[in-house]
Ligand binder design. Structure first.
Ligand code: CMC
Length: 429
């Protein structure tokens, strides 16, 4: 096996170096392609383009494998907590007991949000989508917490990471309370990361919230499963925006905006809306499946398909188990669950879905778990964003530390009109 590939253009041969990843993935290093050949590559949607070399997350879409820093996501979902997984992603190794304690203290120290930020939420129109609010609040953090020149750069960066991880949870719960017109609940240092969030969401002066460890476990798993997913749309947005050397808050805010879309993190909300529509129309998924297969209909089966996974999304299997466990524990039946199961069963037997390699993704059962926990539907993408934050931070840090870090500046093949002259208004047809 040679370590170069050959490209022949206009009868001239160019050697293109091959890059091999630690799991044996191979790619063509085209960094010098344009300077040597005058050519660029064209890859809409970047399905064949690696934008970086990364040591954070490994995915094998054909085999349904997902690992963070080498550790299978199944093991993390079973044994780890979201806080520990966040540490792993950002720092590269599982923490020692002392390191985890220090990390927790730091998260607690930075959990409060400047009181003036509350007025932002109050000024938003009622019914505004929380993703838009969170994205702008995260950007606004920079104004409230500017850099302090006396601090070392490393300390500054670590504090910024802790601020983001801790405050995003406070801001999310705050947005919910304010949307209800209820009293905001403050973070507590005696509660774990997930329990703290649930308490801020659901505690009230008239009905104290009793933390349910099974729901805390479910939330831990939900957030672990969302913690990173290599170069997805929002993560590459964080990297792209970050490549202009903008502050981290602004880069993360861009990631949240990208995640909002229904083809990405907004899919968990879209799945529930779709299941509800099936339920409201009598519970038969067949017409929805028919619409998803119709090329003339833009409708897609939400929670199905993935750019990388061409088999089951490994996260989908885990979240389905969590879903069954949580509903059993709560002695609750969700009328949307049997619809989801029926839809999955029918789709998996249908030749369209088989031929297109369309399987349930993480979002398919995630919404039912979030509903069981009591999270309102428009906050589902925010839940995804909180979970994805460690990944965005780790990916931003990796790119910022990369000695080969370059400004993202893709090229294009221009397909517009050739040069023509400006035409005065009176001469236009
Ligand atoms: N329902 C029906 N058809 C689909 C679906 C779907 N959910 N997903 C893809 N297809 C078809 C698509 O119509 C196309 O068919 P054809 O080749 O006959 O024209 C083919 O499959 C390839 O589609 P694509 O859009 O080129 O593929 P992609 O890799 O860009 O799509 C996707 C990935 C996630 C955008 C897409 O599968 C989709 O829209 N799924 C529904 C939204 C969703 O669940 N998103 C969450 C993704 S997982 C969470 C995350 O990591 O963001």
């Amino acid at each position: 096996m040679g370590d170069t590939a050959q490209l022949i253009v206009d009868g001239k041969t160019y050697e293109i170096p091959l890059v091999v990843g630690s799991e044996g993935e191979r790619g063509l290093d085209i960094a010098r392609l344009r300077s040597e050949t005058g050519l660029i590559t064209l890859d809409p949607g970047c399905g064949n383009t690696g934008l970086c070399q990364s040591s954070i997350t490994f995915m094998d879409g054909e085999k349904g494998i997902l690992r963070y820093r080498g550790i299978p996501v199944e093991q993390l979902a079973e044994h780890s907590t979201f806080r520990e997984t966040a540490y792993l992603l950002i720092n590269g190794e599982l923490p020692t007991e002392a390191q985890l304690r220090r990390f927790s203290v730091r998260l607690n120290d930075h959990s409060l949000v400047h009181e003036d930020m509350r007025s932002f939420f109050e000024s938003y129109p009622r019914g505004a989508h929380p993703m838009g609010m969170i994205s702008s609040m995260i950007n606004a953090l920079r104004a409230f917490y500017p850099s302090i020149p006396e601090r070392s750069e490393e300390e500054e960066i670590n504090i910024t990471f802790a601020r983001l991880l801790s405050k995003v949870r406070t801001l999310a719960a705050m947005s919910y309370k304010i949307s209800l017109g209820h009293k905001v609940v403050y973070p507590r240092h005696d509660l774990s990361y997930c329990a703290n969030f649930l308490n801020m969401m659901f505690d009230s002066p008239v009905k104290p919230y009793i933390v349910d460890e099974d729901l805390v476990d479910a939330l831990n798993v939900f957030w672990i499963l969302h913690a990173d997913h290599e170069q997805n749309c929002s993560t590459s947005s964080v990297r792209a925006v970050g490549s202009a050397r903008v502050n981290l808050y602004a880069a993360i805010s861009a990631g949240i905006s990208a995640l909002w879309g229904p083809l990405h993190g907004g899919a968990n909300q879209a799945v529930i809306e779709m299941l509800q529509e099936i339920y409201d129309s009598g519970g038969d998924p067949a017409p929805f499946i028919a619409r998803a297969k119709d090329r003339n209909d833009p409708f897609r089966l939400m929670g199905f398909g993935h750019r990388v996974y061409k088999t089951f999304d490994p996260r989908a299997r885990i979240i389905e188990k969590v879903c069954n466990r949580v509903l059993k524990k709560l002695h609750r039946e969700d009328p949307l669950l049997p619809i989801a199961k029926k839809l999955e069963e029918v789709a998996l037997r249908d030749s369209y879905f088989i031929d297109h390699n369309l399987y349930p993704n993480v979002d398919f059962y995630a919404g039912i778990v979030l509903r069981a926990i009591g999270i309102p539907i428009n906050m589902f993408p925010v839940m995804f964003a909180i979970g994805r934050l460690p990944g965005w931070i780790a990916q931003w840090k990796e790119s910022a530390d990369d000695p080969k870090w370059k400004l993202y500046r893709p090229r294009q093949i221009y397909a517009g009109p050739l040069k023509r002259d400006y035409m005065p208004m009176g001469e236009r047809a």
